[in-house]
Design a protein. Structure first.
Length: 509
């Protein structure tokens, strides 16, 4: 899917030479509670549409909400991990808007009294001069409920405009959310896209470490709204911002920021005006397109939720939760780097690829860290780049990779066959063992079969065989290649070389 209209863009280099970008992020994190925020409906992902609903989350008359204690606990732990102050007293509010994804016609959220406020998250950004520390200030983290999911059917864009009809699934309506809002972020203009990526990467790692969400962006359990405005170099007053909604991958956050810098710069340079609006991000080409004029807070007509009591967490409880916080991401990475014996550059490559957590999980299953990095950062990363997806979006798990490593280590597979197994797993053909069986990919380990292939190759290349007999054992590579070709890559190259030398009576060099 491409942009409806090809809006003019200024080159990124010219844009950042003329304007200073100001960013802000609103990150919505779905909590992994067993039930919804204000009712007892389950929150299982992927359930049949509209099967996880009740009078409360459907907003039927007379149904009263009750706050999910586990969600409050998770909100406090997120706030503490971000260095926020936890409010002694906070309350919910009704955010009124009329859109079919929220059957009540309002969303229960927090407005002027969030549960957590004034925090910060330190991130590291790669620059030409090395890694740089940047502190992103957190304005607030507040509790709310998620909306339902709308599917627009028909048309070319998947949006409501041009659709034949729309379907609504209310299973997600009422799922607990934490919205984490930054203060305005002003950095050296050239670093803005990288800072955007690093912030979302660091925040996602923290959320996963806390165990409060799986933070699967491709499934919508972590979604990013990226706000961006430009101001002419040297001016203090912020420009008009746009909000790119529901960006669902780390890579896409970086691309969305870069695109909006280029687009807004072109508009301003031509004498145009930036409209305060929401925008949609398109994965296919990294562009954004106009959504709707952005509402202000007064448009939502917030007022205190009359059916819910304020949240007033006990100070002792807060300190108990503080004691459960995991190792901070920066310290954790330093520890892992030392344990695995890798360089800072290697660690940053893992982070940039979004593969650190996947490699760590593979190692936790018993794999050697070098083997785990080899496959995640090699063949699998290549495929993710080829497909334009974050590596976590590929349908292959740490358990799959661990099994492939095991099969390779015990000689059942060689690297070429292992790559084919990965291909099969990604194609949905089953787990590694199922792919090996279905495709017949096991290494040929029977010496009898290998000797037949070796004899045939030696007979076909007598001049090479003679060189090997004369002591030029490096010439055996040609025979090894012929045997590998004859066995469709299923032979153990090391064993084949041994058999060749034995056959011609040569000694290994």
């Amino acid at each position: 899917m491409t942009r409806d209209t090809a809006e003019p863009l200024m080159s990124f280099e010219d844009a950042i030479a003329t304007f200073d970008p100001v960013m802000g992020f609103e990150v919505h994190v779905e909590l992994n509670t067993l039930t919804k925020m204000f009712c007892g409906c389950p929150t299982e992902f992927g359930a049949p549409p509209n099967t996880q609903v009740c009078p409360v989350c459907l907003g039927l008359p007379g149904a009263l909400p009750v706050v999910n204690e586990k969600a409050v606990e998770s909100a406090i732990r997120i706030g503490l991990a971000l260095g926020c102050s936890i409010a002694e007293w906070s309350r919910f509010a009704r955010k009124n808007y009329f859109y079919p994804d929220m059957p009540k016609d309002f969303q229960t959220s927090q407005y002027d009294e969030p549960i957590a406020f004034n925090g910060a998250l330190e991130i590291l950004v790669e620059t030409e001069g090395g890694r740089r520390s940047v502190t992103v200030e957190i304005e607030r983290a507040h509790m709310e409920e998620d909306t339902g999911k709308i599917l627009h059917v028909g048309g070319a864009t998947g949006r409501i405009h041009g659709a034949d009809y729309s379907l609504i699934d209310y299973n997600r309506a009422g799922v607990p959310l934490i919205e984490i809002v930054t203060k305005p972020i002003e950095v050296e203009p050239v670093l803005a896209p990288a800072v955007a990526r690093a912030y979302v990467t660091e925040l996602r790692e923290l959320i996963v470490a806390l165990g409060v969400s799986d933070a699967h962006m491709h499934q919508g359990s972590m979604r990013v709204d990226a706000n961006l405005s430009l101001k002419p170099r040297g001016r203090a007053e912020f420009g008009t911002r746009t909000e790119t909604k529901n960006v669902n991958s780390i890579r896409s956050v970086e691309r969305a920021v870069r695109f909006e810098i280029q687009r807004q710069a072109a508009v301003l340079q031509s004498g145009g005006t930036i409209i305060q609006e929401t925008r949609h991000f398109h994965e296919s080409d990294g562009s954004t397109t106009s959504g709707r004029v952005k509402e202000e807070a007064e448009d939502y007509r917030y007022f205190p939720e009359p059916d819910l009591t304020p949240v007033a967490p006990d100070a002792t409880w807060i300190e108990t939760l503080r004691a459960t916080l995991p190792e901070p991401p920066l310290k954790r990475r330093a520890r892992i780097r030392e344990e695995w014996g890798i360089t800072e550059h290697d660690m940053q490559s893992l982070i940039n690829a979004g593969a650190l957590e996947l490699v760590e999980q593979t190692v936790a299953l018993g794999a050697d860290s070098a083997d785990a990095r080899k496959w995640w950062m090699g063949e699998i990363a290549r495929i993710s780049n080829e497909r334009g997806l974050d590596i976590v979006q590929l349908p292959i798990t740490p358990a799959d990779v661990y099994r492939i490593i095991t099969l390779t280590s015990n000689g059942s597979l060689n690297d070429k066959l292992a790559r084919q197994v990965i291909e099969g797993v990604l194609a949905g053909e089953g787990g590694p063992d199922e792919v090996v069986a279905a495709r017949g990919l096991a290494v040929v380990s029977d010496d009898g079969a290998l000797l037949e292939a070796v004899d045939a190759a030696l007979a076909a290349q007598p001049d090479v065989a003679a060189k090997i007999r004369d002591g030029k054992v490096q010439a055996a590579g040609a025979i090894v290649g012929a045997v590998m070709k004859a066995t469709a890559g299923k032979a153990d190259a090391g064993r084949v070389r041994e058999l060749i030398l034995e056959r011609v009576g040569a000694s290994p060099s």
